[in-house]
Design a protein around this ligand. Structure first.
Ligand SMILES: *Cc1c(COP(=O)(O)O)cnc(C)c1O
Length: 412
């Protein structure tokens, strides 16, 4: 016997609501207040940017770090710093934010896509190996939704093939692979402070490295290739680089946010692990929970789970609509389609309707031929549940109950 769904006029399962939640408070205000007395809001030698890097290094002890205007900017700086010849390929995940690939394309490089693991949703090292060509120079691992990628396998693969490993940690503040925070296994790490990430200053990012090949010029790659510590002339750029600087007001907020990172992460983990434990207990046939290795730390930016389509009488979208009617904060999938299916890729519309790399014969990649079946299946059959740090245990339990109610109702 299944209960009447809220969708069909039955009682709503989720009655709890989010309590008032202030992401920004006196810590941010204290920094901003101190900042107003500064003579300058410029990043270089700015006390707020200095404080931000100090907070950052408590978790990520990386020698060179540059605060940027966004996570996309951080990734662009990372890619630019590699100084790869045009047409070089960087393998990344088909389920990610456009920010992962924007810098690759602007540097006249070629993002290529390897398929992902069906239950961690991160790059499958075996698929990455198959995607390596003579033009491959780097791997960009995306730690999706708070889940660390298999950094050991990816770093080993990078070593074996002499590739650079970039870690896109935008969604995975605080996540750990085998006890090591993400961002420390590869050659360059990138983070985001955009509105929707665990910690935010509106928009911002950090790019950081311990690698002596890239560290010393990292700041220049985000600052017009100007030298802010000039021994000779400050403005004499040797090459082309954009302005991706973070300013002091952003850094003031970001520094205060990073001071609270452990508490914010703990709240996400409390909510995410309780939700998964409840769903596990419910033992719902046809529902696949995300795979999390007990040695790792998943920081639940959101929680993506999959439905086995054949196990239910309704489509994923109908299932999700019933869940929303129960009062759960859920949405179908994550991004609507893999990145390579976006029109910008399908039409190779990178620069005014064309792709100079292809026209010049520097790449033969054709995104209309790309297919990553696992990624496509995940986006078609998954449901994303919101993880909010202010959710009470009752709210979490009701969300799991709503999921179980809908799953049992629609089970074949
Ligand atoms: C958010 C995000 C980015 C881009 O960050 P912005 O700060 O929005 O530019 C890049 N990669 C991933 C995986 C992201 O989630």
């Amino acid at each position: 016997m299944s209960q009447t769904l809220a969708l069909h006029g039955g009682p709503k399962t989720v009655t709890a609501t989010l309590p008032p939640h202030h992401r920004w408070g006196r810590e941010e205000l204290a920094r901003l207040t101190a900042m107003v007395d500064q003579p300058s809001l410029f990043y270089s030698k700015g006390p707020q940017c200095g404080a931000l890097l100090e907070e950052f290094r408590k978790t990520y002890p990386l020698r060179w770090a540059f605060p940027t205007s966004s996570g996309t900017a951080a990734l662009h700086v990372a890619v630019a710093a590699l100084q790869l010849p045009p047409g070089s390929e960087i393998i990344t995940s088909p389920i990610t934010d456009m920010g992962s690939v924007i810098g690759i394309l602007y540097q006249q490089l070629v993002p290529t896509f390897a398929d992902i693991d069906p239950h961690t949703y991160n790059l499958d090292p075996a698929a990455v190996r198959r995607a390596i060509t003579p033009k491959t120079r780097a791997i960009m691992a995306v730690h999706l939704a708070g889940a660390p990628s298999d950094n050991a396998a990816l770093a080993a693969l990078a070593r074996e093939h002499n590739l650079i490993l970039i870690e896109d940690c935008a969604q995975s503040w605080g996540a750990q692979f085998r006890g090591q925070p993400v961002g420390l296994a590869g050659h360059i790490a990138c983070y985001s402070f955009n509105e929707f990430k665990h910690v935010s200053c509106g928009d911002g990012g950090i790019v950081a490295t311990n690698d002596e090949r890239f560290g010393p010029t990292l700041a220049k790659w985000g600052d017009k290739f100007y030298d802010r510590n000039p021994t000779a002339d400050a403005r004499n750029p040797a090459t082309l680089a954009p302005n991706y600087r973070m300013s002091e007001p952003q850094a003031a907020v970001a520094a205060a946010q990073l001071g609270k990172l452990p508490a914010i992460i703990a709240a996400h983990i409390r909510v995410g692990s309780r939700l998964l434990a409840r769903l596990q207990q419910a033992a719902l046939p046809g529902v696949a929970l995300p795979a999390i290795d007990p040695r790792d730390t998943h920081t639940f930016w959101f929680c993506l789970l999959r439905l086995v389509p054949a196990a239910f009488r309704v489509s994923r979208d109908e299932f999700c609509a019933a869940l929303v009617a129960e009062g759960a904060t859920a949405s179908p999938g994550y991004i609507p389609k893999p990145v390579y299916r976006y029109p910008v890729f399908q039409n190779h519309n990178f620069f005014a309707g064309s792709w100079p790399l292809r026209t010049a014969g520097l790449t033969a990649v054709d995104y209309r031929q790309v297919s990553c079946p696992v990624a496509e299946a995940i986006l078609a059959d998954s449901i994303s549940l919101r993880i909010h740090p202010a959710m009470t245990d009752e709210h979490v339990d009701q969300t799991a109950d709503a999921f179980a109610k809908v799953a049992r109702h629609f089970a074949k």
